[in-house]
Design a protein around this ligand. Structure first.
Ligand SMILES: [Fe+2]
Length: 312
């Protein structure tokens, strides 16, 4: 017995206690952590992230770490840590429900704008704003399981097309009344961040089977959604909105209100998450590790088909 304690959070995730994370992690502790991560989807380590060593040691319990492809996000001198926030990369922000926010990112699954869905990520809070900056998580496996049988049948074999959405999506699917307005054009953001200008289209199945747990879940990643393959835009949008409205119900969600040094790990293959943003004049800084072993569930959309999606 490792002596670890797991306290269930709202509707997804568990809070972990019962170990000193400044010390090397014993094999039985590592085994229990990994099993709990697969079971709960999200693990929270309250105020555990005292330094980068703790963050990296805990991350490696869940696998090797990956170098993030966006080099502009690397923490100086490190390939295994990227940062979110700080003042250098803040940009002009977004108007979200009438307030100017930094760090807002609509609901998504990491790297769903590539063929390979990220395995998971671990975030550590380094600088806190006075308010805001929460992270929301939803359980895409339980949401899939609870869908009406007819909807699950309709989803069988369906694929959706995705594109890295550097400005807010056309519509905040599943969040009626929520308004988001970019304060820079996509071209301006691409230039500021140094992204490649030709953003590819990606084709993903809308349901995936978890490679380790066998859980079936929805792959929605609403922030990068373009269209469901083979559907007219209006029909596709209506169905996508129906699915996201279902997913964003409270019984599938958890809102993490950060404390300094909190560490949160999520399984990106069975969760959707969202950064709610914080007042633009304030500073928030978080460091993230990314687990190697992405799930190769998607593919680049064929050039011949791109004409179809380009009209959407
Ligand atoms: Fe993310």
């Amino acid at each position: 017995m490792s002596g670890l304690k797991f306290r269930r959070l709202d509707s997804i995730g568990a809070e972990v206690s019962g170990a000193d994370w400044t010390q090397p992690i014993a094999d039985d502790v590592a085994r229990d952590l990994y099993a709990a991560w697969l079971e709960h989807g999200v693990l929270v380590f309250p105020r555990a992230g005292l330094d980068a060593d703790v963050h990296l040691r805990l991350s490696r319990v869940f696998g090797e770490l990956e170098e993030h492809p966006v080099k502009a996000l690397h923490v100086k001198g490190r390939k295994d840590l990227i940062f979110f926030g700080g003042d250098e990369t803040k940009g002009p922000g977004k108007m979200v429900d009438g307030e100017k926010l930094a760090g807002y990112l609509y609901a998504h699954q990491d790297m769903a704008y590539t063929p390979n869905l990220c395995k998971g990520s671990m975030l550590r809070m380094v600088i806190m704003p006075d308010r805001g900056g929460d992270t929301l998580f939803w359980d895409t496996a339980r949401a899939w399981r609870d869908l009406p049988a007819a909807t699950r049948e309709r989803l069988r074999g369906l694929h959706s097309i995705h594109r890295m959405n550097v400005i807010p999506p056309r519509n905040p699917w599943g969040m009626p009344g929520h308004t988001v307005e970019a304060l820079e054009t996509e071209a301006e953001l691409i230039a500021r961040r140094g992204y490649a200008a030709d953003i590819p289209l990606i084709r993903h199945p809308m349901t995936i089977t978890h490679p380790e747990s066998g859980l079936v879940s929805l792959l929605l990643s609403p922030n990068s959604y373009v269209v469901i393959e083979g559907m007219a835009q209006a029909e596709s949008d209506a169905f996508f909105d129906e699915l996201t409205t279902h997913l964003f119900q409270p019984q599938y969600g958890y809102r993490h209100c950060w404390s300094l040094n909190d560490i949160v790990l999520w399984d990106n293959r069975r969760t959707v998450h969202m950064a709610t943003g914080y007042p633009h004049e304030q500073t928030r800084l978080a460091y993230r590790t990314t687990l190697k072993g992405a799930m190769a569930c998607g593919e680049y959309y064929k050039p011949a088909d791109r004409k179809v999606a380009a009209t959407t």
